[in-house]
Design a protein around this ligand. Structure first.
Ligand SMILES: [Fe+2]
Length: 432
């Protein structure tokens, strides 16, 4: 069993303890790696109203294991600091803890070093608990830890996208890491994979902690369609901009046009016109626009307007899953490669880059699948997705900053249609 895989039902207790401990260490270690390039000042910055400073992400993901695993499962556990139970609770937690978002960036104390000690304390206590909890209570603790791991992965992606926006908000446009890229890629022509349509099954057959919204498995009737073999690249998106894409109202949904006007959108987030050409801010600093790279940091409204301009459409999530279901979930994901979308290599069977590089907008609103029921006993609150089933669109496939064990063919991530800070891109579709 790969160490990223969830232990199947009926795993013997010793194997379950070991699998959980390995994956817990790995997930927590990855969060620590993500903040390794940051200084104490970087850890304090928050530039987005809905974002959080990296230090808060570090402490809050720890709070989750302390409040949702250790306190309920280990009567001998003593909190690292009882004040942290309120201080680092989920902002909109429904269990009574509440931390108004506007104060997160004011927490110069506890210091970053103290937050790291908090993490070490809780990491040690979770591993100790796994070692000695009796078999009768192991299953409950295992479910809670699995949910904690899902929560940790979601915060890893939010942490890095919040850091990216914070660095971009700095006039110096600093780099988070040195640029590993040798140079611009070579644009590849667009091509298409045909799907015959018919009745297909999508969704998870078995429930997985933290992924209740990805089931139940159900049948969907699809007309024949064609899916683009790679995401839309920056060169193609530039042609949309140069063809007055941002100033032609007939290309836009009404809501999208209003947002684009109100926000003054003229290009994707992080594109800047400098010295007579477009540059793009990345985690590696500013770079000249690379026409071969997948375009990223576009909203659902921009994806939809681009598709209309191109004479195509954005795929439904069922179409995406019907094609992706028999592919390995491998690609440029966090832990596998580069922290910016890359020009595709077009290796193996198309379509390429279904996983990693950019989250791909679908035209599907984030709604329950037929037969969906939110979990009745909800031990950890915010890790369940049912309460977000309004005013969000589904994105698929994961991005270059999505932890590789979070992106699967079933993974349904959900974003507001005007969102641009996640690494979102466009894969086109057309009726077959
Ligand atoms: Fe959270």
């Amino acid at each position: 069993m790969p160490d990223s895989a969830i232990a199947p039902v009926g795993t013997p207790p010793e194997a379950l303890r070991q699998s959980l401990a390995t994956r817990f260490r790995k997930a927590r270690g990855r969060t620590a790696e993500l903040v390794a390039p940051l200084g104490a000042e970087d850890l304090m910055v928050r530039s987005l109203p809905e974002g959080a400073p990296a230090k808060w992400h570090l402490a809050h993901s720890t709070w989750f294991f302390e409040s949702r695993v250790l306190i309920p499962c280990d009567p001998t556990y003593r909190p690292f600091d009882p004040a942290f139970l309120d201080l680092f609770a989920a902002v909109d937690d429904r269990f009574g803890h509440h931390m108004p978002a506007p104060t997160q960036h004011l927490l110069s104390r506890p210091t970053a070093a103290e937050v790291m000690r908090y993490r070490d304390h809780v990491n040690g206590a979770v591993l100790h608990l796994l070692d000695r909890i009796d078999e009768g209570r192991l299953e409950d603790a295992a479910t809670r830890i699995e949910l904690g791991l899902v929560h940790e992965r979601r915060h890893q992606e939010r942490l890095i996208t919040d850091v990216k926006h914070a660095f971009w908000s700095n006039p110096l446009r600093p780099a988070y890491e040195p640029d590993p890229r040798p140079g611009p890629g070579t644009p590849s022509p667009q091509s298409w994979t045909a799907h015959p349509g018919g009745v297909v099954e999508i969704g998870r057959a078995e429930p997985v902690p933290g992924a209740d919204h990805e089931g139940p498995r159900h049948r969907v009737m699809l007309p024949p369609f064609r899916l683009a073999n790679r995401p839309v690249n920056c060169g193609e998106y530039l042609a949309f901009i140069e063809d007055r894409g941002y100033t032609t109202p007939s290309l836009w949904l009404g809501d999208g046009w209003e947002v684009a006007r109100a926000e003054g959108w003229q290009a994707p987030l992080y594109w800047e016109w400098r010295d007579g050409g477009w540059q793009v801010f990345t985690l590696y600093g500013m770079r000249p626009l690379d026409p071969a790279e997948p375009v990223c940091h576009v909203s659902w409204y921009e994806a939809d307007a681009f598709a209309r301009w191109a004479g195509k459409r954005v795929p439904a999530e069922s179409e995406w899953e019907a094609v992706a279901a028999d592919r390995d979930a491998f690609g440029n994901l966090l832990g596998n490669g580069n922290r910016h979308p890359q020009a595709g290599g077009c290796q193996g069977e198309p379509p390429w880059q279904l996983f990693g590089d950019v989250w791909e907008w679908t035209r599907s609103p984030f709604l329950p699948y037929p037969g969906y029921r939110a979990p009745e006993s909800e031990p950890v609150g915010e890790a369940t997705a049912g309460r977000f089933m309004a005013n969000r669109m589904v994105v698929r496939g994961g991005s270059c900053v999505t932890p590789f064990d979070y992106a699967t063919a079933f993974t349904r991530h959900f974003l507001r249609p005007a969102a641009r800070t996640a690494v979102t891109g466009i894969r086109l579709a057309e009726d077959g």
